[in-house]
Design a protein around this ligand. Structure first.
Ligand SMILES: Nc1nc2c(c(=O)[nH]1)N[C@H]1C(S)=C(S)[C@@H](COP(=O)(O)OP(=O)(O)OC[C@H]3O[C@@H](n4cnc5c(N)ncnc54)[C@H](O)[C@@H]3O)O[C@H]1N2
Ligand code: MOO
Length: 340
């Protein structure tokens, strides 16, 4: 590519965004691609350390960084994503709606293995709000061989699912069965139900029934059945999940003909979590920590179920790496390592 002295560049067209960084103040394009250099720009360009600029070079087979970034973004984007305009050679992918990011670890690796190709994303299963940036694409050089981008596009097509996708959480009718003799007999006030209701509503779903049940297998089972008859599409059973003789919730769920996916999850807090299905309907057993701790296994697993994903035991055991909550004085999940 031909370069010319900035001093001689008045009237030429910039072929890429030119970034100015003022430490502690700002970072961004001071001049955009396509800008026609004016007299008064020369001193600014020199102050940004640019003594030379490139002149457009139409070498066949090479494409500009902006086009490369756009094509990469299009290749990886599935539903629920918006592609921003290229800025400084980079294209951001933002969430078109609230939901959960599904990002393919293998797909991201395959693309980044190509020289000079960059795809950077949030973690798989990151909860996102509409407008959040979930990933970005760019290439390293200003002009890149189009064959590299074609290869990236080909790789993206070999994956069954999109490399990046934001899935919305579907509205679910949720039933809650709160176990525990102390609550059932009114010895203490129920503090679990309100926590679960708030989480369910925050995920855009609704609680259609809330039943208190003594620590009694058949009473817990009949409470679950009744909620299923009322149309529950997900049932949460709280308490009675650990090792005391009165902890009968797992037995109740297992013995009512549910398909047990897991009793136990490599997540702290939330190790005594249970997931089972009756037909398509997930039944979860939630240990006491789900009431006590701000974020637990429940927060990692329930939103995935609400996207319609059917989870296997392997999905649950994969949570071990990153499954340890740091118990920060103020919870900043998901901006932390939990669930990553
Ligand atoms: N030796 C062991 N101890 C504990 C284990 C273990 O494996 N071995 N597991 C621990 C873990 S992890 C958890 S989490 C807790 C609780 O598990 P549970 O689900 O069995 O909880 P409960 O025994 O039913 O209740 C614990 C505690 O919370 C109060 N509670 C329960 N439900 C309500 C409610 N609806 N409203 C208000 N308060 C409620 C209950 O009164 C108890 O004080 O066990 C660890 N221990
Ligand atoms: O299940 Mo406890 O569920 O680890 O705090």
């Amino acid at each position: 590519m031909e370069k010319i002295k900035v001093k001689d560049s008045v009237g030429t067209i910039l072929i890429h965004d030119m970034t100015q960084i003022i430490p502690g103040v700002s970072k961004g394009p001071r001049f955009r691609k396509g800008h026609i250099v004016r007299d008064e720009d020369i001193s600014v360009l020199l102050s940004m350390g640019k003594e030379h600029i490139y002149v457009w070079d139409q070498t066949p087979g090479l494409i500009h960084e902006n086009e490369a970034a756009e094509r990469l973004a299009q290749a990886v984007a599935g539903s629920g994503l918006v592609l921003d305009e290229p800025k400084e050679g980079k294209v951001n992918l933002t969430a078109a709606h609230d939901g959960l990011l599904y990002s393919s670890v293998d797909g991201i690796l395959a693309l980044n293995t190509l020289e000079q190709v960059i795809l950077s994303t949030l973690h798989n299963h990151y909860p996102v709000k509409k407008g959040d940036i979930v990933g970005g694409t760019r290439v390293v050089p200003l002009m890149i061989d189009e064959a590299v981008i074609k290869e990236a596009e080909g790789i993206a097509k070999t994956f069954k699912e999109p490399i990046l996708e934001v899935r919305p959480l579907k509205h679910a009718k949720v039933g809650i069965v709160t176990t525990g003799s102390e609550v059932y007999h009114g010895r203490i006030q129920d503090k679990f139900g309100p926590v679960l209701r708030a989480k369910v509503e925050n995920w855009g779903s609704e609680v259609i029934a809330h039943t208190l049940a003594n620590d009694d297998v058949s009473l817990i089972q009949s409470s679950i059945r009744e909620q299923l008859n009322q149309g529950a599409e997900m049932v949460l059973v709280s308490g009675g999940m650990s090792v005391d003789p009165d902890d009968v919730t797992p037995t109740a769920i297992k013995e009512m003909g549910a398909e047990l996916i897991t009793y136990g999850a490599p997540v702290l807090p939330g190790a005594m979590f249970l997931l089972a299905y009756i037909g398509k309907i997930p039944i979860m057993g939630l240990p006491g920590c789900v009431m006590y701790s701000k974020t637990t296994a429940f927060d990692l697993i329930a939103p995935r179920l609400m996207t319609g994903e059917r989870l296997t035991r392997l999905d649950i055991v994969k949570l071990g790496s990153g499954g340890l909550c740091l118990n920060c004085p103020v919870c900043i999940y998901p901006r932390c390592s939990f669930g990553k």
